[in-house]
Design a protein around this ligand. Structure first.
Ligand SMILES: C[S@@+](CC[C@H](N)C(=O)[O-])C[C@H]1O[C@@H](n2cnc3c(N)ncnc32)[C@H](O)[C@@H]1O
Length: 386
């Protein structure tokens, strides 16, 4: 890959010489010159000593983010493989994705890192059962399952996402558009059938809110994505769970100068429940990736005030990283036991190239549990601080 050869670790499109022909580069240069953003991650190469940038759904395209493998000296002038991207999202190596490559890339890039979800679940004083809406492949769901919660039913519009979900989380899935009345009804019934009186029931999931608008005109009211939030709320009203964990992108806070978030927040407040807001940066929670997620938790008032996760992992400050990235696990620490690949090689069927070299690699191989991993991170930091 001619472009990749010119980008060093931590570099980006600015390192690519002008004589290399590329329409994509020309358009990036033009928009940069016009002052519309630095596009600083485009054609980016991961730095071995830092966490990755946010893994998006286009990690197979060098021109859409920082997706070049960190091993410049080893000649790996290629984008991340699916297996590597899944690891940077904290999906363990045993997690099997179904569908074509485009679908798998979406499943990986859309997910909440399971290890982040696990730490969110760990702040709840009880375990229980959960319904997973907008479930995708099940990143959010896996974290709750690791934490001892029981999945009862999941819904997504995409059949291959749910095939992945069913083979890794739980077989009871309902494929279809949640706006479809029969899908909605089947979901409510599935909850009624499985709900146990003595077990808390939670709804997990985040409706995509990208098109959301509070403006009252017909065009915005008709935007189909507005309805996804409304369906979410209608579902919560229909099943009356003990609580929910609403997850979304942090950009939700800035839409319409904050008016969208205020609107959503107001409509999620329920009598007898507390609504807690957290903005969580994955890189602060032992995950080798900069990915921030907005979380709203509705919990029974009798459960008391919820602390955000991280009191322990705040200890993990690393002075050797010249950025404000406490707790950061680097991409090399995450990936260095995976084999070298050439451009376009999938690599999912290959073995490892070494013994696990870090605790993160042990976690990914299922040799230690998430609880052990987090405990080891804390211990390691205590030793480093002695
Ligand atoms: C951000 S992803 C969810 C990721 C998931 N929480 C995870 O951690 O893996 C949002 C999901 O909403 C689903 N979705 C979008 N519109 C939908 C609809 N109308 N009905 C049901 N699911 C929908 C998408 O297919 C996508 O999988």
């Amino acid at each position: 890959m001619a472009i990749g050869v010119s980008v060093p670790p931590g570099g980006n499109w600015k390192n690519v010489p002008h004589h290399i022909p590329s329409k994509r580069l020309e358009s990036i240069r033009a928009s940069y010159a016009a002052g519309s953003g630095s596009r600083s991650t485009y054609y980016g190469r991961l730095h071995p000593d830092f966490p990755a940038y946010t893994i998006n759904t286009y990690f197979n395209r060098p021109g859409n983010g920082c997706h070049l493998h960190y091993d410049f000296e080893g000649g790996q002038h290629r984008v991340l493989s699916e297996r590597e991207a899944a690891r940077l999202q904290s999906f363990p190596d045993s997690f099997v994705f179904h569908g074509n490559h485009g679908s798998i890339q979406k499943q990986i890039g859309n997910a909440v890192p399971p290890l982040l979800a696990y730490q969110i679940a760990g702040q709840l004083p009880h375990t229980g059962a959960y319904v997973d809406l907008f479930s995708g492949a099940g990143g959010f769901a896996l974290g709750f399952k690791w934490a001892g919660w029981t999945p009862i039913v999941a819904n997504d519009i995409d059949p291959s996402f749910l095939k992945t979900y069913a083979s890794n989380i739980h077989s009871n899935t309902i494929v279809g558009d949640i706006r479809d009345k029969s899908v909605f009804k089947r979901l409510v019934e599935a909850v009624k059938d499985s709900r146990k009186a003595d077990e808390p029931l939670f709804v997990l999931g985040g409706p995509p809110c990208q098109g959301f608008s509070t403006a009252g005109n017909r065009r915005t009211q008709d935007d189909e994505r507005n309805h996804l939030f409304n369906e979410y709320r209608a579902f919560v009203s229909a099943v009356k769970p003990d609580g929910f964990v609403f997850e979304n992108v942090p950009g939700l806070l800035n839409m319409e100068g904050g008016a969208v978030f205020q609107h959503i927040h107001r409509r999620l407040v329920t009598p007898g429940r507390s609504l807690t807001k957290w903005l969580l940066r994955s890189e602060e929670y032992g995950i080798p990736q900069r990915r921030t997620r907005l979380i709203l938790l509705s919990t029974p008032k009798r459960w008391g005030t919820l602390e955000s996760p991280g009191k322990g992992t705040e200890l993990l400050k690393r002075d050797d990283i010249p950025l404000s990235l406490p707790n950061a696990i680097s991409v090399k620490e995450a990936l260095s036991d995976l084999p070298a690949l050439s451009q376009g090689q999938d690599g999912s069927g290959l073995g490892y190239c070494s013994e696990p070299l870090t605790n993160y690699q042990r976690l990914m191989r299922g040799l230690i549990s998430p609880a052990d991993y987090l405990a080891l991170l804390r211990q390691q930091e205590l030793v480093e601080n002695d």
